[in-house]
Design a binder for this molecule. Structure first.
Ligand code: ADP
Ligand code: MG
Length: 275
């Protein structure tokens, strides 16, 4: 039977909240659960591409920018085109700096918010999950990711609150939902780089849950700070390969299971509704 991927945008316009780390490790965690997973680098900095072990993204012949360009010129994107296979069992559409030029070109194109969705249309049937690693801005590339997504996951660094930043992000998600993608959901906030051993760390955790817990799901499971996790982008492996017994591997594994459980609940709900 043809699959129908759940597309998750990993989004936060603030840099350094562990979007890329979450995209890679949640993706590989999902693959370890037996799911077929495509990761898409939607950041011109190519951080996901680099942390998947491709040291020099600018040398890649085909990237997301190539595919979006095709979509823009109304040319078909073939299934599997530009897709790379990673040793840890996930696929990747890489990106490099050309994507920045693409974002500028989008502004004047017809259907500009839906180019990424168009690129991913055929992949939807090939995968269980498609994860989009978003760039730290609320520009056209992030709007494209939100337009292509079924749900969003918001990694948030457990530090002093950037309440305004989250408000802006929620506004953008709301606007995309109203104008382009009515089914867009919010999976939840994932607290990253937490430090539950200190009182300060615990306080921050509580504060975030109190402030947002009523409106949004805040994953019970958090991602602890660890030196081993900070090393992985340089070694080009996931946390499961680099530090399989560590607490960060355990945390991402648990988040992957929760995401699968949520997606299956959602599918069941949809099936009941259409019966
Ligand atoms: P973003 O994509 O949101 O900019 P990254 O995933 O690149 O964030 O992470 C930002 C920085 O934090 C990187 O240097 C990364 O190695 C580090 N980092 C991410 N997760 C952890 C963690 N659990 N513990 C320690 N460092 C982390
Ligand atoms: Mg990133």
């Amino acid at each position: 039977m043809a699959k129908k991927a759940t597309t998750i945008a990993i989004v936060n316009q603030k840099g350094g909240t562990a979007k890329t780390t979450t995209c890679e490790n949640l993706g590989i965690g999902l693959a370890m659960e037996g799911k077929k997973v495509l990761l898409v680098d939607v950041d011109p900095q190519g951080s996901l591409t680099i942390s998947m072990g491709l040291q020099d993204p600018d040398q890649l012949p085909t990237t997301l920018s190539t595919l979006m360009q095709k979509a823009m010129h109304d040319q078909p994107v073939q299934p599997g085109e530009g897709v790379l296979h990673h040793a840890e069992g996930v696929d990747l559409i890489p990106a490099n700096i050309e994507l920045a030029g693409m974002e500028v070109a989008l502004v004047n194109s017809m259907n500009r918010e839906k180019m990424l969705k168009q690129v991913l249309d055929s992949a939807k049937r090939e995968y269980d999950y498609i994860l989009l690693d978003c760039t730290p801005s609320l520009g056209m590339l992030t709007v494209n990711a939100l337009a292509a997504a079924d749900t969003t996951l918001i990694p948030m660094q457990a530090q002093f609150l950037s309440a305004k930043g989250l408000e802006q992000l929620l506004q953008t998600i709301g606007k995309v939902r109203r104008q382009i993608n009515p089914k867009l959901k919010i999976e939840g906030i994932l607290l990253t780089m937490t430090d539950s051993r200190t009182n300060y760390g615990k306080q921050i955790d509580d504060l975030i849950r109190q402030s947002y817990g009523k409106r949004l799901k805040v994953f019970e499971q958090t991602i602890p700070r660890s030196v081993r996790a900070a090393e992985i982008s340089a070694v080009g492996k996931s946390i499961f390969a680099h530090d399989p017994k560590g607490k960060v591997a355990e945390a991402y594994h648990s988040i992957a299971k929760e995401v699968v459980a949520d997606a299956e609940k959602q599918l069941k709900r949809n099936a009941e509704r259409t019966r």
